[in-house]
Design a protein around this ligand. Sequence first.
Ligand code: IPE
Ligand code: IPE
Ligand code: MG
Length: 240
Amino acid sequence: MALPVTPKHIAIVMDGNGRWASKRFMPRIAGHKQGVDALKVIVSACAQRGVQVLTVFAFSSENWNRPADEVSGLMDILALALGREVPQLRKDGVRLHFVGSRDGLSQRVTRGLTEAQAATVSNSRLILNVCFNYGGRWDIAQAATKLAAAGQAPTEVALNGALALSHCPDPDLIIRTGGEMRISNFLLWQAAYSELYFSDLLWPDFDVAALDAAITWFGSRERRFGKTSEQIATTSPTLS
Ligand code: IPE
Ligand code: IPE
Ligand code: MG
């Protein structure tokens, strides 16, 4: 299905799993499981709509501070989902990238991530970046550390190239579900000129119609990148 203006890169803070479960008197982890199902639907809808990159926030640097059983439950869900979903992702032309620190992850999870990436490496229809054990501050710090070790000056171009998402253009549209209007340490650098869309839906309830509503809203935005409306009317809207 073609929508008027399809963002090349959509990023999503998939928030609200815990509340989705609590409302149903279920354990929070049930909400996370349901969240994986919602993600599957959105991944395939994005591929169908010609989105080139989808980046999702699955586990933040700060989510380690949650109760230990929720953290280990999230690790289990990731490992299970990888085992179950990779064959379908391969068929659908989705290339998986895990973005984040490997520190603190178990061998099982690290191996799962590496194998899933390798299994989808030749796909090119949709890049799916899964931000796991990720924080925007972590990313900027690791990029700066890399440059310092190589004796390179931390210019904007050099930093951009050293960040964990250097293989992608910046997100055009960032969606956050769950009703909160904050960034929670997601894509701090890359969000410089993203359009921000907030949905009150809890992530497991976010469906194709909700995605299309967000994309339609995106199509109504005038992206000025610091210029005036008059300039935008006569040139193509890009950052440079
Ligand atoms: C988002 O849902 C998933 C993760 C942060 C892992 P939450 O678990 O934050 O759900 P709420 O915000 O508590 O409802
Ligand atoms: C952001 O959600 C992280 C993920 C969706 C993975 P949180 O639920 O952790 O964010 P805060 O704590 O409400 O800001
Ligand atoms: Mg939350």
